[in-house]
Design a protein around this ligand. Structure first.
Ligand code: NDP
Length: 337
């Protein structure tokens, strides 16, 4: 039966006396863990853009110090209420995890029971974290677009920021569902990877990210998954086909949205907001079940580009913040040796 040892390793972001943010591996004890009914031995976590923001002061994401970042985790229950017996395989992501509540970059984590998603049959902890928050966000984006009427065969679907975590899984899910996927990327070297995930065409970021004084341009896209925001989301809105929608989840390209009302009032375009953080737990459990079935992405193995331990996190956090990463970096937290 698993149990929490006297001390274990956690990757911690903290502030020094002179207010500088530091990042280091520390020994933690059970008493250092956050509140909650479920203690998990974390097997796998992943590196997300938000983790990188949480590990720098400028990111303005950390809401406590010290903080164990890691907005997603998967592993085995050590201690939990009825229905979550020791040994149950689970995952958690979102809510305050890795932001205001210690997250997945720790050999053990404690979280409220209503944050927990039991791993559906057919999904192991490593694969769950290969999908991770980014992949869940991609699945939610596709789900929202289809709820609004998007169907395969109705025209090309654009995915922006395609070489990243959200983008890569979005390409993989859409392609597996039979959509004609056009992937936009700032990394020419990622073209083969994106075609391998099922993209019919890869276009340069310059084509989707430029400024324009024109409120509308040629109608191109039957739908779009955008995790970039800024000028890119403005471009998408200008080029959606009549009645089409874009699911918007991110801001790697900027938080401002320099657009006009014309895509909405002349083309009936829709801007669908995607939030994985406060997505209700029943909806999130249902979507995770679908990710082992009709929303399972193509090419999950190829989206993992690096696997690091807690001691190897720092350069990965810097690289994702600088936009240098492709695909998903997994964190092998405990039990993988
Ligand atoms: P990644 O860093 O893995 O991917 C983001 C991609 O955006 C990059 O690979 C790059 O793609 C593109 N990009 C990076 N910098 C720029 C730039 N300056 N201008 C234009 N494009 C850029 O991040 P994730 O996929 O993990 O997350 C993407 C976004 O989604 C983030 O903003 C994140 O905070 C947000 N997010 C939101 C969630 C929600 O619930 N709403 C949940 C998860 C993530 P390429 O080089 O291919 O163009």
């Amino acid at each position: 039966m698993p149990h929490v040892p006297d001390t274990f390793t956690a990757f911690v972001v903290d502030k020094t006396g002179d207010d500088k943010v530091i990042r280091e591996c520390r020994r933690f004890a059970a008493a250092d863990l956050g509140p909650g009914e479920v203690t998990v031995r974390v097997a796998w976590s992943g590196v997300n853009y938000k983790d990188a923001l949480a590990s720098t002061e400028a990111g303005k994401v950390a809401r406590r110090y010290p903080l164990v970042p890691g907005i997603d985790l998967a592993g085995e229950v050590v201690d939990g209420p009825a229905g979550l017996a020791p040994g149950t395989q689970v995952l958690a992501h979102g809510y305050d995890l890795g932001v205001a509540h210690h997250g997945g970059f720790s050999e053990y984590a404690r979280v409220p029971a209503d944050w927990i998603v039991p791993l559906p049959a057919g999904l192991d902890a490593r694969t769950a974290m290969t999908i991770g928050t980014a992949g869940f966000t991609a699945a939610l984006s596709v789900h929202l677009l289809e709820q609004r009427g998007l169907r395969p065969g109705t025209g090309p679907v654009l995915v922006t920021g395609a070489s990243g975590g959200v983008g890569g899984v979005a390409v993989g899910i859409l392609a597996a569902r039979g959509y004609e996927v056009v992937a936009s990327s700032g990394k020419p070297e990622a073209a083969a990877y994106l075609k391998g995930l099922g993209a019919a065409e890869v276009i340069a970021r310059a084509e989707t990210g430029g400024q324009s004084s024109r409120p509308l341009e040629r109608e191109r896209w039957a739908g779009a998954v955008d995790c970039v925001g800024g000028e890119t989301l403005a471009y998408v809105l200008r080029t959606l086909r009549y009645g089409a929608a874009v699911a918007a989840s991110g801001n790697t390209g900027g938080a401002q949205l320099p657009t006009s009302v014309f895509p909405f009032i002349l083309r009936g375009a829709a801007l669908l907001g995607v939030d994985s953080v406060r997505c209700p737990v029943e909806d999130r459990r249902a979507l995770w079940r679908r990710m082992t079935g009709d929303l399972r992405p193509n090419g999950l193995d190829t989206t993992v580009t690096d696997v690091v331990g807690l001691a190897g996190l720092e350069p990965e956090l810097d690289a994702i913040l600088a936009g240098r990463k492709r695909g998903r970096t997994l964190v092998a937290v405990s039990g993988q040796e």
